[in-house]
Structures are given as C-alpha cells and as structure tokens.
Design a protein around this ligand. Structure first.
Ligand SMILES: *Cc1c(COP(=O)(O)O)cnc(C)c1O
Length: 407
C-alpha cells in the first residue's frame, strides 16, 4: 500500500485542522436539538424531570446495567460513586497516575488517600501488576480508567478486587460504548462513572455526568447522595451533595445517543485510516501508533501517538505552525502534580507514566474529520520528521510544570 498517497504539502495546503470541531456534528442534528430544547422549555421542568429519567433508562439499556443515576458532571459521578462505596478518612483508593485530575481529586475530597499505580505502556491503562503490589489492608476501592476510549482488562481487575473485597469503580468518562469481550464499559465494575462534557464521545452542551450500577444498594445510595441526601423532602438522614443533571443537557444527550454508534464507527474508521496512512508514509517506525488490544472495541476518544527522544514538544509546535490542533493528555502524571506532592512520590517512581507524559500527542480524531484533513496531519508530521528541527532534541525539562485545562 506504500506510495498510494502524496503527503507532500504545498503552501496552498496550509489549512487549519481543528483538534475537535463540534459545529460539524451540530449542523447535522440542529433541528432535532432545537425541538428537544423547546420541549424542555414548554414542560417547565428544568432540573431532573422526564428527560433525565429517559436518559437514565437509555444509558442503562445502552450499557447493559439495571440502574443509572444522572448527575452534574463526570467528576461528580466519580465522587458520588466513592460516597456510595462509603469511602472516607483512613481509606486508600488505587488510581492510575496517568489520567485526568478528577479521578484522584474525588478520593482526596472524601479524606481518603489516592494510591497511584503505573500504566501499561501500550494501552496507557492502569497496570494490574502494579495494583497488586500496592494493595494494603486499607485499600477500599480501585478506579480503573478506560483511557482514550480503550477498556482496561476488567476481568483481571475484578479478580484482584474480589479476593480482597475491594470495590471497583470504572472511570468510563472517555469510553462510552467501548467493549471488552462484547460487553460495554460501565457494566463491569460495582459502579461506572460517565461524563457528558462536550469533548467526550457523547457530549452535551455543558457539564453532565452519570453513574451506572448493577446493584440496587448502590443505586439507592446514589439516588440519595446526589440530592443532598434528602428523603423525604427536607429530611436528611445522610449528608449528600447537590449534583443534579439539568433537563436541557438530558434532552440534547437523548437526541445524540441515537447517533452514538454511527459516530463511534466513524472514529474507528478515522483511526484505521491514520494507521494506514502512517504506514504508507513510512512514519510508523519514527513514531509509535496507538494499538487496539485483543477482545476490545476501542472508541477513540483520543488518537494518541508517542513521539520519542524529546521531540514531542517540537512536533507539537511545528503542527501548531501548520494550524493543526493537537493536545497533550497528559503533560504530567498526577503523582508529579504540585497538589499531590504531599503523597511523596518521586517523578521516576512511576516510570511508564513519567515516560508517557513526555511522549504523548493526541491528534484530531473526531467523527466528522475528513480524509483530506487526515492527509494534512500526516503531511505536517512527515515534514517535521524530515526537518532539521527533528534532529535538535529538546531537553525534557521543557515540559511545563503547570496544570493544563481539562480534557
Ligand atoms: C473528563 C473526565 C473526567 C471528568 O468529567 P467531567 O464531566 O469533566 O467532570 C473524569 N475522568 C476522566 C478520565 C475524564 O476524561
């Protein structure tokens, strides 16, 4: 297949390629969204209400669980799940260090201690071997994160957890529709946390989240905790939080859910096309392409390549000059973050996380991305690899020590 495409860029081909262009998707469902929003206005139910109930039913069916509880964000979904698991001071919760901040901050919010585990370098997901090493009598929960849209080996995680009576909370914020052995994310653990933040595969027009569970006892807790622990009205037996989904978000997400499968398949097609193009352009030995593991359906919330030898930041800058949007998820492992210094991890103590945070680069992968745009991305990467900049290696110390914007 080598040589089928011409990746040489001419000056006239310098066109912007956005990391994510939400407007293209919106254009295709504009009228349905408008009708859904009008329905909410006409109903006068703005918080929770019938649209939220419907969304909960829809996501339960989609993820093959019995219960779904919508809430205000993916971050709250993790927090609520930990609350339902009765996590508190003195408890330890094992989380990957290579993840979005919310996975660990929910743990500290409850007075418990996050224990950071390293990742598998191929999938970027938490390494079960490191989990085993880090279990203590205080370990109460594990939060496997299905990073970038590919599922953790939940069979092994559940095996580890069951023998010690540990609760498993899937962080499926980036992985709605992802599968392991034909079963979807969110139905494997005791609970699953989802996010409807606009950049996720199923995004609303603002913040939103949801917890899935197969267990009635957790569903009861979640239903109570997300409305101030109030039952009946103005009577509080437990101290909950205010984390309700608003009806506008639910109405929009209900519309978009109908298209999720086709959008996911477009992401999968884009990922395949990148792989083919990188190989075709002879770049697959210069950078490391992302891999889909066995028995998985990867839903490609991010298409993340690895750029070795300290070239990553140079490449990002070069692509930015070419007006190609990329992002670094994540420039620092959580164990290196200022706010978690008190936990006492040295940067290199999680070697694979340390390395990944200095090598990863996410390329545009959204469903509506065109083949022509992918060609521009590949062309700009090849241009960089062949340039003198690629031979001037930046020291890794240029990685900024500041927390970036959310995913
Ligand atoms: C986005 C995200 C969250 C948080 O979701 P919000 O809806 O933004 O609060 C948590 N974990 C991971 C892995 C995420 O990507």
């Amino acid at each position: 297949m080598k040589g089928n495409f011409n990746y040489q860029l001419t000056e006239s081909e310098i066109q912007p390629v956005m990391l994510l262009d939400l407007r293209r998707q919106y254009e295709t469902i504009k009228d349905e969204i408008a009708a859904a929003l009008k329905r909410v206005c006409d109903s006068g139910a703005f918080v929770l209400g019938p649209e939220v109930k419907l969304l909960e039913q829809n996501i339960s069916a989609y993820t093959q669980v019995d219960y779904s509880i919508a809430c205000a964000s993916g971050s709250d979904a993790i927090l609520l799940a930990l609350m339902a698991a009765q996590i508190g001071p003195g408890d330890e919760v094992i989380v990957p260090s290579f993840t979005f901040f919310a996975t660990a901050s929910a743990v500290t919010r409850l007075g418990a201690r996050p224990i950071f585990a390293d990742i598998d370098p191929v999938s970027f997901n938490i390494d079960p071997k490191d989990i085993r090493r880090k279990i203590t009598p205080r370990t109460k929960a594990i939060i496997p994160v299905h990073l970038f849209g590919q599922m953790v080996d939940m069979i092994e995680i559940n095996e580890i957890a069951q023998s010690d009576g540990i609760i498993v909370i899937e962080d499926a914020a980036q992985a709605i529709g992802a599968e392991l052995k034909g079963r979807r994310s969110g139905c494997w653990g005791d609970m699953g946390a989802f996010s409807f933040y606009p950049t996720k595969n199923l995004g609303g027009a603002g913040d939103g989240g949801l917890v899935t569970t197969r267990y009635e006892k957790f569903a009861k807790c979640l239903n109570l905790y997300h409305v101030h622990g109030m039952e009946p009205r103005y009577y509080h037996s437990v101290i909950g939080i205010n984390s309700r989904l608003d009806s506008f978000q639910a109405a929009i997400i209900n519309v978009k859910l109908k298209y999720l499968e086709s959008w996911t398949n477009m992401r999968i097609q884009n990922a395949r096309r990148y792989n083919d193009m990188f190989i075709d352009a002879g770049l697959d030995d210069k950078i490391t392409l992302p891999k889909t593991l066995e028995d998985r359906r990867h839903v490609w919330n991010q298409y993340t390549i690895r750029v070795r030898d300290g070239l990553r930041d140079n490449m990002k800058a070069k692509l930015s000059e070419r007006k190609i949007g990329t992002e670094i998820y994540y420039p620092l492992g959580l164990h290196e973050q200022e706010c978690f210094k008190y936990l006492g991890y040295s940067p290199q103590s999680l070697a694979e996380t340390y390395k990944a945070s200095r090598e990863v680069l996410a390329l545009p992968i959204f469903p509506e991305l065109t083949e022509a745009e992918q060609r521009l991305v590949i062309g700009a990467i090849r241009e960089f690899i062949e340039s003198r900049d690629a031979r001037t290696v930046l020291p890794t110390a240029t990685v900024p020590n500041k927390t970036r914007e959310a995913a």
